[in-house]
Design a binder for this molecule. Structure first.
Ligand code: KG4
Ligand code: ZN
Length: 344
């Protein structure tokens, strides 16, 4: 099967061509530059950029894959969750193309796609479903932090999620407090690499609670109070680096500890992780070390597939169609608040 996938849920316009699990192309046009001026994603601007970029990005994905539109067997797009008007651009374009080609259309849940991105690897990238094993999956993006029990292919159960700020949001908000541009996560990590992660004792929210939920707004508030009470930190380069390292250490410890606890409780042999925050090297290393100590195995999404991309949408859509799942009706609407519901 040759499938075109489109992703426009937030601030990346992406199109990918997937063929029998192989990612033939995965073009991503990021809008980070545009939004950084405003300190966050501006939905109207994001939508306008998607409209502007979708056709060139899609044409390039087809060209790089050496696939003609007429050769497509199916079309897929992210249906939700995400920014409503941004989702609409990709979903409606994909449905229009499927209608014109008289081919099946598949509307995909963005986070369900993240769950399978760690199984895509190699060069050129390919989805290795033969290697798939039941796992506990950590999905950490700008807007979501969740733990999911992926019991089998296309079978998952949400274990817990963030009750307020997501981990990426916490990185971004703390970065803003110290004057870094949006999205602050990568810039904060850069400073953290030269800092002492034990210099500040920031809270580890919900670490001790017997559930799989997360909460990071208290951590952000604690950083705010720390800076209010010790404003000199902001003019001391090393203290800023120590603060960044300490915030990162707190976030990473919570994410790693709760992920491992869920994996051990559910007796799965594998842990996986994906989403923008999984680009963070400290998280990658700590997760790898903890998984090794526990005698488990780890699949981390490759960095290029951690952030939003259409390849993961295409891989999941193709898997669903090949597994006999019904295509989505061509008038399916977006689902901006689509919850990751349990699959049978
Ligand atoms: O998955 P993603 O690209 O977009 C959403 O769907 O939200 O994730 C973006 C988030 C941002 O909060 C960004 O600051 C964070 O991922 N992020 C990082 C790093 N790279 C991206 N956070 C910490 N360290 C990084 N290296
Ligand atoms: Zn995402």
């Amino acid at each position: 099967m040759t499938l075109l996938a489109i992703e426009t849920s937030c601030d990346e316009t992406s199109a990918a061509v997937v063929q029998s699990g192989r990612v033939l192309s995965n073009v991503v046009a990021s809008q980070i530059q545009l939004h950084s001026e405003y300190g966050g994603v501006v939905p109207e601007l994001a939508t306008r950029e998607h409209v502007r970029n979708l056709m060139p990005v899609t044409r390039r994905a087809l060209r790089e894959a050496h696939v003609m539109v007429a050769e497509l067997d199916a079309v897929a797009a992210t249906r939700g969750p995400g920014l409503p008007s941004a989702l609409m651009v990709g979903l409606k374009a994909a449905q229009g193309l499927a209608f014109a080609l008289r081919k099946p259309f598949q509307g995909i849940h963005h986070h369900e796609a993240h769950l399978y991105s760690p199984w895509i690897g190699g060069s050129p990238p390919s989805a290795d479903f033969n290697a798939f094993r039941p796992n506990v999956s950590l999905v950490v993006s700008g807007g979501h932090t969740m733990l999911v029990h992926v019991e089998g292919e296309l079978k998952h159960r949400l274990l817990g999620s963030t009750v307020d700020d997501a981990a990426g949001e916490c990185f971004d908000k703390v970065a803003k407090l110290i004057g870094l541009a949006y999205p602050g996560g990568p810039a904060l990590e850069k400073l953290a690499t030269e800092g002492n992660g034990q210099a500040f004792a920031f809270p580890r929210p919900m670490l001790q609670e017997a559930n799989d939920d997360f909460s990071f707004s208290g951590l952000k508030t604690s950083v705010r109070y720390c800076l209010r009470d010790n404003p000199k930190i902001l003019s001391d380069g090393q203290r800023i680096r120590d603060l960044c390292a300490s915030v990162q250490a707190a976030i990473v410890e919570v994410l790693v500890t709760k992920t491992l606890r869920a994996a051990e409780r559910l007796k799965v042999g594998w842990v996986t992780a994906s989403g923008g925050v999984t680009c963070n090297q400290a998280l990658r290393q700590e997760l790898a070390a903890a998984v090794r100590r526990a005698g488990l195995r780890l699949r981390l999404a490759e960095k290029s597939l951690c952030t939003d991309n259409a390849a993961m949408i295409g891989v999941l859509a193709e898997r669903k169609l090949l597994a006999g799942e019904s295509p989505s009706p061509l008038d399916t609407e977006i689902a901006a608040n689509w919850a990751l519901v349990e699959t049978a």
